[in-house]
Ligand binder design. Structure first.
Ligand code: ATP
Ligand code: F6P
Length: 488
């Protein structure tokens, strides 16, 4: 289900009610067909786009044809992918058919965007997929990743292919050589999309050399254009994203929510310490761009950062609007609006404060921030509890039930580093005491600390596996999915 913030195409959208709040629902179904030679980032692109869709409540799923092929042929050699290998061809076609079959069942159950992840390297294969989808009224959007940067392809092979289940237990050098031979076999039959106009009826985007150039054809509707825009913004340059809440505020001390309070004395100490904490975590002298909200407490927290860091204020980073409950404590909310207090505990993600916002609303307004983050390199965001939870949930794949309850401690800098499959996390504790603003379900206690049983940022298992190095904690990166090969 997709809740839209845009008035466009309202005609083609159904509406549905969640907790008394009307939301618009897309009824379009799209099969995004990945196209490209092996090691061109197809699986990575498909998985990132799936994560983005799910974060926006669009029901999305990857169908990786390689996973189906692995069922019968777990560790093929390059020869399996040769055109002369009739048995290989038969098995590869069977894997694609099984994947399509499951995908169609998934669409019939209401799925919205499927990523059909395989090389889909011939016109014949692409036409077959279109025919299967047309019969079901499913739109097709072809995404071709082309790349002729030999160094990048080699590093892709070494980084993700030699560790794929296709080569488990094998010598990495031999694996890399075999994978190159596999690519050569594909090159013999590979037809780029629409090289001679025979595929000009297809909806497609070609991403050339990681988005240096994009060619777009026949984008038909709103949802397709959202996916295409997202894909156009992706890059793979090494970079990190730093997240921090503002320093402790006067309102935090009183247990009041919202407002536009000043920092407390300890909050001021955090603001003074933040530049050192950032320097320690950056590890070199790269300048960062700093984004704050438009509220005093984040701007104040960022004010001692070096002048070489550009600073930008975003309204979209302002704290979740608590409407009529703004400036109240949780105890006052429970007393004055008992039904609302209960409704929020029952479904915190969807509950919208009277005259204010829900977490769902915040995610929608953060979409441009996520898009800009994908385009950018090193960014430090100083923001608020609810907003940080939403941004963190995007990168770390936290569910809508979990994310609004996560504990995001004050006076802690979080560094997220996107990797090929997953995001690595490190946390830097400023060691400046602050109250806890976390609230457990059902409780109105002021400054309650999360117990062992409650969810902390990251799951208990991740925390248990975290490594402590001085004041720094490294959390094992969650994997999007296995770094597999989609080649069938
Ligand atoms: P296969 O057909 O074997 O499944 P694939 O095309 O799905 O290969 P991935 O497994 O996604 O390739 O490869 C991941 C690697 O590709 C990562 O190291 C990632 O940094 C890199 N990568 C991501 N996007 C691109 C791109 N547009 N072009 C080239 N490489 C990319
Ligand atoms: O208490 C600090 C604060 O940032 C409030 O301004 C905001 O309303 C609240 O946290 C959001 O957290 P929750 O959604 O858990 O109430």
């Amino acid at each position: 289900m997709y809740q839209s913030s845009s008035p466009k195409r309202a005609d083609s959208r159904k509406s549905r009610t969640i907790n008394g709040v009307g939301v618009q629902v897309e009824d379009t179904q799209i099969c995004v067909v990945m196209v490209g030679l092996p090691a061109r980032g197809k699986s990575l692109i498909a998985q990132k786009a799936t994560r983005y869709c799910k974060w926006l409540s669009i029901d999305a799923k990857v169908f990786n044809v390689g996973n189906y092929r692995r069922h019968d042929t777990p560790q093929p050699t390059a020869d399996f992918f040769s055109t002369g290998n009739a048995e290989g061809e038969r098995m590869r076609k069977a894997a694609a058919e099984a994947a399509i079959k499951d995908m169609i069942v998934w669409f019939r159950g209401g799925g919205q965007i499927a990523f059909f992840d395989a090389t889909n390297s011939t016109k014949e294969r692409r036409r077959w997929i279109k025919d299967c989808c047309d019969k079901e009224g499913i739109e097709t959007l072809y995404v071709e990743s082309k790349c002729d940067d030999e160094d990048l392809i080699m590093s892709n092979i070494l980084e993700v292919k030699t560790t794929s289940p296709d080569y488990q237990g094998q010598d990495p050098e031999e694996a890399a050589k075999d994978f190159r031979d596999r690519i050569r076999n594909y090159e013999k039959v590979y037809e780029t999309i629409d090289d001679n106009g025979s595929e000009n009826d297809l909806t497609y985007i070609k991403l050339l050399n990681v988005g240096k150039q994009c060619i777009i054809n026949l984008i038909q509707d709103y949802l397709q254009s959202r996916v295409v825009y997202y894909l156009m913004n992706l890059h793979i340059k090494p970079r990190s994203i730093w997240l921090s809440r503002h320093g402790e505020s006067e309102f935090n001390l009183d247990g009041k929510i919202g407002g536009d309070a000043d920092l407390s004395a300890r909050g001021q100490m955090y603001a003074r310490k933040l530049p050192d904490l950032v320097l320690e975590s950056v590890g070199d002298s790269r300048p960062l761009t700093v984004w704050t909200s438009t509220l005093k407490r984040t701007i104040s927290t960022a004010r001692f950062l070096p002048p070489t860091y550009n600073q930008l204020q975003w309204k979209a980073l302002d704290e979740l609007d608590s409407g009529v409950c703004d400036c109240l404590t949780y105890a006052e909310i429970k007393e004055q609006f008992p039904e609302d207090f209960q409704a929020r505990d029952d479904d915190k993600y969807n509950y919208r404060y009277r005259g204010g916002e829900s977490y769902r609303d915040v995610v929608i307004r953060l979409e441009p921030i996520i898009m800009e983050l994908e385009r950018s390199e090193n960014i430090l965001i100083v923001t608020h509890q609810a907003v940080l939870r939403c941004i963190y949930a995007y990168f770390m794949q936290k569910s809508q039930t979990e994310s609004p309850w996560m504990n995001v401690p004050l006076h802690t800098l979080i560094k997220l580093t996107p990797r090929a499959y997953g995001t690595q996390e490190e946390r830097y504790d400023a060691k400046i005491p602050a109250v806890s603003t976390w609230r457990g379900k059902g409780s109105v206690a002021k400054h309650e600390d999360p117990t062992e049983e409650t969810i902390i940022l990251g799951s208990k298992k991740e925390i248990a596996e975290a490594q402590h190095v001085g004041d720094k904690t490294e959390v094992k990166a969650p994997q999007d999915e296995e770094a597999v090969s989609s080649t069938a």
